[in-house]
Design a protein around this ligand. Sequence first.
Ligand SMILES: [Fe+2]
Ligand SMILES: [Fe+2]
Length: 389
Amino acid sequence: MKAMEIKPGIYWVGAKDSLVRDFHGYKTQRGSTYNAFLIVDEKIALIDTVKAPFSQEMLDRITSIVSLDRIDFIVANHAEMDHSGALPDIMRLAKNAQLITSPNCDANLKKHYNTDGWKVSQVRTGQSISLGKRTLTFVQVPFVHWPDSMVAWCPEDKILFSNDAFGQHLSPNSLFDDETPKDIIFEESAKYYANIVYPFANQTDKALEAVKPLAPSIIAPSHGVVWRTMVPEILAEYGKWVKHQNNGSALIVFDSMWESTTKMAKSVRDFFESKNIPVRFCSLKTDHISDIMTSVLSAKYIAIGTPVLNENMMPTMAGFLTYMRGLKPRGKVGFVFGSYGWNFRLHKEIEESLKALEWQIPVPAQSIKYVPSAIELEALQAALEPLIQ
Ligand SMILES: [Fe+2]
Ligand SMILES: [Fe+2]
């Protein structure tokens, strides 16, 4: 694979990880990319690197354009290893390069690698380096995605090198947003936000406010496609997500032992359908929690169903709720249901954990003993009425 020119003198020199299917628990069904960019001006700058196993690929792409000793600056926007993994190699081989990074990232890189001998220059928000015709200005965007995160802005080309923000876990055949089906890019952008950026909505909102006045013509994130034709659209989507806006739909997430909770889940689905509310029906036996999170992001109503198992919930539900609570979705209307044999305290406990997320709970948890009868299922639907008022 070659380096790809995204604008005259600016090249993609990253790596495609087409086969990765698990990104610490996130199911990456379309693979991923680690995007690194090389700017060849009077001075030469590399922006970010790749995951360690792809270091040689990145080095080969760079050396197809310039020799490593010609690199003046290596910008580390974020210390996480999907972007810094190749730093030890490039810092060893690019003998004349200076590492440009934020104070936080500098400290974090020292906790990841032996940085002895690296020439490091710390930059803060508003500081710039000149490459000749071009400039790179840095903006710290703490917690988008780690405390060390930073973005780099090239005003002459109006390109924002946004690191994790606006990324997608996607390994496209081509580099740009107009070369991959739009529905796939936006689905993967939503999934990426819901599984990675969601807990940092407030910080991302602030970063977004800093980005908008720049009116970038290209956003080059560190994963997935480079945005060149849909910049306003992805900014608009982020604008909705950081404000916790939903599309009014419902999501039912459940697991079952003897299909009693499945019957209840179907009854809950019937209720939403009878109100013409679009509903997504997800069994934890078949749907992956990282895919369910995409629906959590867009849904208004979230119904959680589990039977009681040994005075606790199904392990699949425990895993999902632990994962979801860490991602801190806000502004939802929640509801808990499930079957039980002799102890239904569990459903109330789950309800309390949803209240801790500041969700509204207009309908108390509904528990049905053993197998629900037709009458009990009808009563369940009737009980749901206050949910949508
Ligand atoms: Fe990250
Ligand atoms: Fe990343």
